[in-house]
Structures are given as structure tokens and as C-alpha cells.
Design a protein around this ligand. Structure first.
Ligand code: FMN
Length: 328
């Protein structure tokens, strides 16, 4: 008979599944054995059209691994994290092993609390500037996990990136396979534990501004609204490229998003340019010398919107009993 899951692990896994993922696909599985939690990528839940190389899925799994980490740390546990993928086990993305006790820092507690408030906000933001102090805090959050945040207004890349977002959105609008995939995840039956519900969609813009949010995440039933004139756009990069860097980028992205949440900021994603080969190459070229770009975030002040559903921890967990289960 398998022993019950220790409470700290249960809490950490409840935090892990709150991670963001493309179209709320939740492409992860977890295996707990004794004092070890493994994070696995679930290929069945990868978007074959938008994410054929599983890059976005690895970002999502990295974010889930980071949620596990902050939850365990906020409970005063020391954790050793090994970021893979392992060449022999390509879908094993991270392994977290408990390593005794270590007093939680206040910052870690703040991030752990933010896990349950963070959500993607696709509504208009206020035209209020994010202060230099907070911009620096978000940069430091990325650096702490081996990532890098570049603000597009500061780097002169604002217009070229915004134009790539529009180009990719247009290419995807003309691609029936992409449209079918998006529809599959944005028209789930009521009460579905995955996908993006209409309650999480934004109103249509009253005119097309500098950047375009995904049309598939728009709620046409809402009256059109004005979006902020020039949202703060941040690209998340890593020095290296490849699967390992993508998991690391996911961890850094999540630390940035949780830090933003703790500062009462809202955020949403603009992933379109990473999802068509031509615009992805252009993104890579634009950031040559700085690093590998992984995702594009829109950050600002908004009014909180509803959280989206998740599958239950029991649906994504394999619990193997081992003799050294930690005490709770
Ligand atoms: C790698 C990645 C890419 C994403 N791309 C987009 C996007 O282009 N547009 C968007 O509106 N949301 C995007 N999202 C947000 C997801 O749709 C969102 O995380 C998911 O629906 C769960 O909702 P939540 O973030 O509110 O918890 C992305 C999330 C991740 C992790």
C-alpha cells in the first residue's frame, strides 16, 4: 500500500500545477519517490502545430519546477535542483531533491504566496509606467535563475518586435491547422480543467495598437475597449540555447512573473513570433549577441481577472513509496 503524500509535497504539487502553460495545456507529469520529485514533460499535451519542438512546453515545465521549488523553500526545506533534459530521458526536465532544512527567506515566502494569485491578464492595462525600481527587480528575478530580461523600449527593438508579433498573428490567422488547434483549447466544454475559458479572454481592441494580442484569446461578446498605447514589453533570454536552456528560461520566466505579481503588476504573453519559423528566425537575429529569446511578456497595471482551472494533482502524479519519505 502506498503511504500518503507528505503534506509539504502535496502543497508543492498544488503550487506546481498553477504554472502557466500555452493554451493551459498543462504539459507536465510529476513522479514522487521518497524525497525526490521529478518533473516530466507530457508529450500528449504538447501543441503539435504551435510548438512542434516542445520549446513552449519546456518553458511551462520549467515554470512548474520553479513553483515546486519556491513552495518547498517557503516551508523551510533545502532543495537541490537538477535541470535536465537527460540525453537518455529527453522528457525528464527537472529533478528536485530535499536536502534537510533551511530557513526560508522572506522573498521566497512572497513568491510562494504569489503563485496562487498569478494569472495571465489579457485585458487592457492602465497607462501607468512601471517604475525603474520595479523594472530592475524583474531583471534581477530573471538573473537569479540564469535568465535575462530585456525591455524593448530600452533596447531600440520595440518596433521590430511589435511588427513580428503582427506578422506572426497574420500568418497564424491564415493557417487552418493553427486555427483548429487554438479552437480546440479555447472552446473547451464548461467546467473543463484545462484550456482557456472565455472568462480569461480580453475584449476586442477598439483600434489596432502597436501590439496585437491573440485573436483566439479575444471575447467578441465584450464591448471593444481601448488598450494601453505602448505596453511595457520584455523579452526573456538565456545565454545558451537548446532544451536545457528552455527549462531554465521557464524557471526564470516564472520568477519574473511571480515577482511581478508580488508587486501588483499584471502580465500576459505574446508568443506569436516564436511560433512561426520565419518570425522565430527574425527574433533570433534581432537578439544576436544578447542571447536566445524564449518568450515575450506584456507587463503593466491592470485589474485582477479570474483564475483558470487546473487538473487535479492526483491526475498528474505518480507516487512511488520509498523508505526515506521525509517527516511532515
Ligand atoms: C510558453 C507560454 C506561452 C504562452 N503564450 C501565450 C500567448 O501567446 N497569448 C496568451 O494570451 N497567453 C499565452 N500564454 C498564457 C497561457 O494561455 C496561460 O498560462 C494559461 O491559459 C493558464 O492561465 P493562467 O496563466 O492565467 O494561469 C502562454 C503561456 C506560456 C507558459
Amino acid at each position: 500500500m502506498s503511504r500518503p503524500l507528505p503534506t509539504v509535497f502535496d502543497q508543492a504539487l498544488t503550487a506546481a500545477v498553477r504554472a502557466p502553460s500555452p493554451h493551459n495545456t498543462q504539459p507536465w507529469r510529476f513522479v514522487v519517490t521518497g524525497n525526490v520529485i521529478e518533473v516530466w514533460l507530457d508529450r500528449e499535451r504538447v501543441l503539435p502545430v504551435a510548438d512542434p519542438h516542445r520549446r513552449e512546453a519546456r518553458l511551462a515545465c520549467g515554470a512548474a519546477a520553479f513553483n515546486l521549488l519556491v513552495s518547498l523553500r517557503s516551508n523551510g526545506l533545502a532543495v537541490v535542483v537538477r535541470v535536465l533534459p537527460d540525453p537518455d530521458e529527453r522528457d525528464l526536465v527537472a529533478v528536485l531533491r530535499l536536502d534537510g532544512n533551511q530557513k526560508a527567506a522572506q522573498a521566497e515566502q512572497r513568491l510562494a504566496e504569489a503563485v496562487f494569485r498569478r494569472h495571465t491578464n489579457r485585458r487592457p492595462f492602465l497607462d501607468k509606467e512601471v517604475s525603474p525600481v520595479i523594472r530592475t527587480a524583474l531583471k534581477s528575478a530573471a538573473l537569479a535563475e540564469g535568465g535575462q530580461v530585456e525591455y524593448l523600449d530600452a533596447s531600440g527593438r520595440y518596433s521590430p518586435v511589435a511588427s513580428l508579433v503582427r506578422q506572426a498573428e497574420a500568418l497564424q490567422a491564415d493557417d487552418p491547422a493553427f486555427q483548429a488547434e487554438a479552437a480546440l483549447w479555447t472552446h473547451r466544454p464548461p467546467g473543463s480543467p484545462d484550456g482557456v475559458p472565455m472568462t480569461a479572454a480580453g475584449p476586442p481592441p477598439d483600434h489596432h495598437g502597436v501590439v496585437t494580442l491573440r485573436a483566439s484569446h479575444e471575447n467578441a461578446a465584450l464591448p471593444a475597449r481601448e488598450y494601453e498605447q505602448q505596453p511595457l514589453l520584455a523579452v526573456l533570454l538565456t545565454r545558451d540555447r537548446g532544451p536545457h536552456a528552455e527549462v531554465r528560461a521557464g524557471m526564470a520566466m516564472q520568477r519574473v512573473l511571480l515577482t511581478a505579481t508580488a508587486e501588483d503588476l499584471a502580465a500576459s504573453f505574446l508568443s506569436q513570433p516564436f511560433e512561426t519559423p520565419r518570425t522565430r528566425q527574425s527574433m533570433d537575429r534581432l537578439f544576436t549577441g544578447l542571447g536566445q529569446p524564449h518568450t515575450l511578456l506584456r507587463i503593466g497595471y491592470g485589474y485582477p481577472t479570474r483564475l483558470t482551472a487546473r487538473r487535479a494533482v492526483t491526475d498528474v502524479l505518480t507516487h512511488r513509496t520509498a523508505p526515506d519519505v521525509p517527516a511532515t
